[in-house]
Design a protein around this ligand. Structure first.
Ligand SMILES: *Cc1c(COP(=O)(O)O)cnc(C)c1O
Length: 351
């Protein structure tokens, strides 16, 4: 698929990663919870993966809870904290431009009595740390703000959010589905208490992700899936060894350089009358582009029939402007001329 430019929606799994996963699908299929030798081999493979992923974000292996993806990790973080407070309820702070899974989890919590504040971004999609500080209340139980925006590529100042949350002794969660492996993350330096990540955004398989939970065993997070005690009791279900091994292999082999297609893409864009949204602090692989006229849109889409999204993939099937573009003040008319073009992601060099 050399016309695929929707990597922020999903990435392909390489043969190398498929090969790493394969033995755990057939000849080494034992349940990682089984006490026999074959079960222990699965458990060890999972433990190695847990160590590798923990190491990537400066966490302990015991703090990594495998889930089916970032949507589940986000739900576990938000509902898992909220469900500790079902008696007295409480206040949650997030932003208007989170992924739909966060916004819909928060909307559900509002429907059962929680209060949610949605911070507004500026026109570049940046959430200001001072706006967060202003909204903190005595009953705030959770702050959840994403790291990199999936539609704009904008990088948020999560270390500043973390510092504010720490100062007020409020747990801080970040949805890092679009930043994990791309950006350097250290959960201690950044005062992150919970962090969501997803396999299929980093060349890993679909159906696997993780939630980092600080001191997971003592976190008292309420599980969404009660089961046989897997994942520190926070997420029941037989561990998907092949997917977990695939996720770790993806982390290990994550590219450190841009794909040559990035340069070709930059050359193409110079031929069109358009602007890039999202401000100066953006990841190089995610482009939100507004064409100046309908004619430019037509010229672009006919000359380059790329597989891209308007807004995010999740919004693509509806006709309304995405909630992110609306939140940064874009009219429906301008949003219709705006596309998300996302290139193969890679690790940004330390700045
Ligand atoms: C893709 C994405 C998700 C959802 O991840 P899944 O693993 O597909 O559930 C959540 N948040 C952001 C920012 C994403 O880009």
């Amino acid at each position: 698929m050399n016309n695929y430019f929707d990597y922020a929606a999903s990435t392909p799994v390489s043969q190398h990663i498929l090969n790493a996963m394969k033995p755990w699908e057939n000849e080494k299929f034992a349940n990682a919870s089984s006490a026999h030798q074959a079960g222990r081999a699965s458990a060890q493979a999972i433990q190695r993966a847990r160590e590798l992923i923990a190491d990537k974000i400066g966490a302990l292996p015991s703090e990594i809870i495998f889930t089916s993806g970032a949507s589940e990790a986000n739900n576990l973080a938000i509902k898992g904290v909220a469900f500790k407070h079902l008696d007295g309820k409480g206040h949650i702070i997030t932003s208007e431009i989170e992924h739909k899974c966060i916004l819909n989890a928060c909307a559900f919590l509002e429907s059962i009595g929680f209060v949610v504040t949605y911070l507004a971004p500026d026109k570049n999609g940046r959430i200001s740390p001072s706006s967060l500080a202003e909204e903190i209340r005595s009953d705030t139980i959770l702050i959840s703000i994403h790291h990199v925006n999936n539609e704009l590529g904008t990088i948020q100042s999560i270390e500043e959010f973390g510092a504010i949350a720490f100062e007020h002794n409020i747990p801080f969660h970040t949805d890092a589905a679009q930043s994990f492996c791309k950006c350097d993350i250290d959960v201690d330096d950044m005062d992150i208490d919970m962090l969501s990540l997803s396999g299929h955004k980093i060349y890993g398989p679909k159906g696997i992700g993780a939630l980092y939970v600080r001191d997971a065993r003592d976190s008292e997070l309420v599980p969404l899936i009660h089961g046989g005690g897997q994942e520190a009791g926070l997420r029941g279900g037989t561990s998907p060894t092949p997917l977990i091994v695939g996720l770790a292999a993806a982390v290990e082999s994550y590219p450190t350089k841009s794909d040559p297609i990035e340069k070709q893409f930059l050359d193409v864009m110079t031929q069109f009358d358009c602007i890039r949204n999202g401000g100066v602090s953006v990841v190089p692989s995610t482009w939100s582009v507004t064409f100046h006229t309908d004619e430019e849109v037509t010229r672009f889409t006919s000359d380059y029939p790329w597989l891209i999204s308007q807004g995010s993939a999740c919004n693509a099937l509806s006709n309304v402007a995405s909630h992110v573009l609306s939140a940064i003040g874009m009219s429906e008319e301008v949003a219709r001329r705006t596309y998300r073009i996302s290139l193969p992601p890679y690790q940004l060099s330390e700045s």
